[in-house]
Design a protein around this ligand. Structure first.
Ligand code: DX5
Ligand code: ZN
Length: 215
């Protein structure tokens, strides 16, 4: 299995964002993970559309946008035009799921659907055939640097079985508390796209840290 690493810039030195992105890109990160928080869906406010548009000007790496906002449908057009390549929104948001997936695809972008740690897998199964990615949160969304929730491993392996049984080509992304120890657990359970923030950006040797996450 090919493992992709998506570096969460929430864990970077945001006062030095351009250098941080160039550093993580040259170390071999496959994607930049861009966490958008609105202070309503989660208890934190991060960054949004103008910051994404600025980053797009100097990077060609895949921009993986994770919307932790209450009404994602309303902002799909703006995130698409600002340069998102993948747009992931939450099952627990207030937007219509089918309509939001269709809107993302109408801009030629990949669509991801995310579930929080306490949300059962069952509700998202019916959308799998039209999704490019499922994001299983392995911490409560809102903050970087939290500890990995181990019970999410069962959810990952259950989802992997469903996807394989249906013969679908849907990526399984995990986000929260991913480091050299938890990475092997989530890979073993069937995840193929790993988000990492604090572990990657605090690593002394970034390229080595990325290869630790991959194997
Ligand atoms: C949490 C965010 C994550 C966060 C991960 O709400 O969605 O992307 O940046 O950070 P770490 O890897 O430090 O848990
Ligand atoms: Zn995230």
């Amino acid at each position: 299995v090919n493992i992709a690493i998506s570096a969460s810039i929430l864990g970077s030195d945001l006062s030095n964002l351009k250098n941080e992105i160039q550093r993580i890109e040259s170390a071999g990160a496959d994607m930049i993970h861009f966490d958008v928080m609105d202070g309503i869906f989660v208890d934190n406010i991060s960054f949004g559309i103008p910051v994404l548009a600025s980053i797009k000007k100097y990077t060609s790496v895949t921009l993986d946008v994770h919307l932790m906002i209450i009404n994602p449908l309303k902002y799909i057009e703006q995130f698409a035009n600002a340069g998102a390549d993948i747009i992931t929104f939450h099952y627990e948001s207030s937007s219509d799921i089918n309509e939001t997936i269709d809107r993302i695809h109408s801009y030629g972008k990949k669509a991801g659907l995310s579930i929080k740690p306490n949300t059962p897998l069952a509700g998202i199964i019916k959308y799998l055939h039209k999704l490019d990615m499922v994001l299983i949160m392995t911490v409560e969304p809102g903050f970087g640097g939290q500890g990995f929730i181990k019970s999410s491993l069962d959810k990952i392996s259950a989802l992997r079985s469903v996807i394989d049984d249906k013969g679908l080509n849907v990526d399984i992304q995990v986000d929260g508390g991913i480091n050299d120890t938890t990475a092997s657990l989530v890979r073993g359970a069937g995840a193929n796209n790993l988000v990492s923030g604090s572990y990657l950006f605090n690593a002394k040797y970034t390229a080595e840290a990325i290869s630790m996450l991959k194997s």
